[in-house]
Write a protein that binds this ligand. Structure first.
Ligand code: ATP
Ligand code: MG
Length: 238
């Protein structure tokens, strides 16, 4: 579905993403983890066309999309959420999702239909007429997912959609992510909560200083001494 080959992105002298390669299979949930500043969001931004990679290939179903602009990548079926959510506060929840859908479809009737489906999936129905600015954090996170879903993605990139949620809200968000996968959407997810990552991911990739430190099934990766040392800390094992 998605293949990164020697992907790199530098900012001046900083190698934010450094020669990273991995594959994401169709129907899979792949967790992307690593310490603050490891390059996770930069990698997402390259894949989603928000920034250009310095070098390397990004193949979406075989086609190299490295350097494509975000709207083009979006139309090819790639949806993403932003780590920092910025809804249009003065628009309703529903209209915010319609704006997302308009990235994919130019027809307003079609966009409204896609928005209705995304609202339904994310359980935002009761709040759809409220102003987005009135939503609490879990509501805003859901709205961010709904906006991405409304673009009709086959591949969805989720950047810390559970940060700041309480345990009950996290459980609900995990359920939502599983439901999205069951609808046939492949998922690449960044999250710092290990409980979440290990329970939703089929496989995990660990970044550290821009490089891939480990890759594999959650049990093995989270017990890998290099991962414990770089990211999890000894407390995690104890
Ligand atoms: N636009 C930019 N200009 C300069 N440096 C940047 C830019 N974006 C990111 N960086 C730097 O690149 C490195 C990787 O940042 P990135 O945001 O990708 O990390 P992250 O893994 O998403 O971290 P976090 O877990 O804190 O979200 C950091 O050192 C960051 O300061
Ligand atoms: Mg980030």
């Amino acid at each position: 579905m998605l293949e990164l080959e020697n992907l790199s992105r530098t900012f001046g002298g900083l190698k934010a993403v450094n020669n990273v390669s991995f594959r994401l299979h169709k129907g899979e949930i792949l967790g992307l983890i690593g310490p603050n500043g490891a390059g996770k969001t930069t990698l997402f931004n390259c894949v989603a066309g928000a920034i250009k990679p310095s070098s390397g290939a990004i193949r979406l179903e075989g086609q190299n999309i490295a350097g494509y602009k975000s709207h083009r990548v979006c139309r090819m079926g790639l949806g993403r959420t932003y780590q920092i959510v910025r809804p249009f506060n003065n628009l309703s929840v529903f209209d915010n999702v319609v704006v997302g859908a308009l990235n994919r479809s130019r027809k307003i009737s079609e966009a409204r239909q896609m928005a209705r489906e995304a609202i339904e999936t994310t359980g935002l129905g009761p709040m759809q007429d409220s102003l987005a600015g009135s939503l609490t954090l879990p509501g805003r996170k859901r709205l961010e997912i709904a906006r991405a879903l409304a673009t009709g993605p086959r591949l969805l990139l989720l950047d810390e959609v559970m940060a700041g949620l309480n345990p009950t809200e996290v459980e609900a968000a995990i359920e939502l992510i599983r439901k999205i996968r069951e609808s046939g959407i492949t998922i690449l997810i960044i999250e710092h909560l290990m409980r979440v990552i290990s329970s939703v991911s089929d496989r995990i990739v660990v970044l550290h200083h821009g490089q891939k430190l480990a890759e594999g099934d959650p049990g093995a990766v989270l017990n890998d001494p290099a991962v414990v040392e770089a990211y999890l800390g000894e407390d995690f094992l104890a």
